[in-house]
Design a protein around this ligand. Structure first.
Ligand code: DX5
Ligand code: ZN
Length: 225
């Protein structure tokens, strides 16, 4: 069984106080910190890169779950490895030709490889990355169009999660976009165990309650199955 991981998206945090925001989330019960890395090209937004991860790493031992919304993820492997990233999740849409090299490089830098897919990308496209000698260890199913926090959850993406969970009972399946108290049940029931949540956690008056509610949802579904 893949353990529940609740990963607040730091994109919704106060970037001017990143270290204390990270600390606050961990004290509220976060398992991972989700770090959205964008290049203004793969997505129409620009956020953080390796220098920020490096600065944050000096303040925390937390698992930094990096989501690369960039056109050339290979260029980011070495800098992010040095900076202290934990997970390195790249998008399948731009890695059809070099995912094997990417996965191998990510592992050689001590990070955990994952693959993400946009709402319009069929789940079958990640299957090759889950087979063979050097598979990815996490699949991130986007439940909004990548680029911005605060968008509406797309429940129709749950078919991807369901089919993946059936095929891979112990795989880390992450959902990202529009997750919160009103959508967690649908995602957890479909089989997601890694839950990214930005605006619902940072916008809450009691983030600890939101985190704990989401964890319970995932764990309850796992107990039934
Ligand atoms: C969107 C990012 C998400 C985003 C989620 O491109 O990948 O991680 O921060 O934010 P919410 O939870 O507000 O939809
Ligand atoms: Zn993300």
């Amino acid at each position: 069984m893949a353990a529940a991981k609740i990963a607040p998206s730091m994109l919704s945090s106060d970037f001017a106080n990143l270290a204390s925001e990270a600390d606050r989330m961990l004290k509220c019960g976060a398992d991972w910190l989700h770090m959205d890395i964008m290049d203004g090209h793969f997505v129409p937004n620009l956020t953080i890169g390796a220098p920020v991860i490096q600065s944050l790493r000096k303040h925390t031992k937390a698992y930094l779950d990096c989501h690369l919304m960039v056109t050339n993820p290979l260029d980011y492997v070495e800098p992010l490895g040095k900076a202290g990233a934990s997970g390195f999740t790249f998008h399948v849409e731009i890695s059809k030709d070099n995912w094997q090299e990417l996965v191998q490089q990510i592992k050689s830098k001590g990070m955990r490889p994952g693959v993400a897919l946009k709402p319009g990308t069929p789940i079958e496209e990640v299957y090759p990355l889950l087979e063979g000698e050097n598979p990815v260890e996490l699949v991130l199913v986007m439940t909004v169009e990548p680029g911005f926090g605060g968008q509406k959850f797309m429940p129709e993406m749950m078919d991807k999660v369901r089919v993946l969970r059936k095929k891979y009972p112990s795989l880390d399946i992450e959902v990202d976009g529009g997750l919160g108290p009103s959508t967690i049940t649908v995602a957890a029931s479909a089989g997601a165990n890694c839950i990214v949540a930005g605006s619902s956690v940072f916008g809450a008056s009691e983030p600890a309650q939101v985190i704990s509610l989401m964890r319970k949802s995932v764990e309850e579904v796992q107990q039934i199955n």
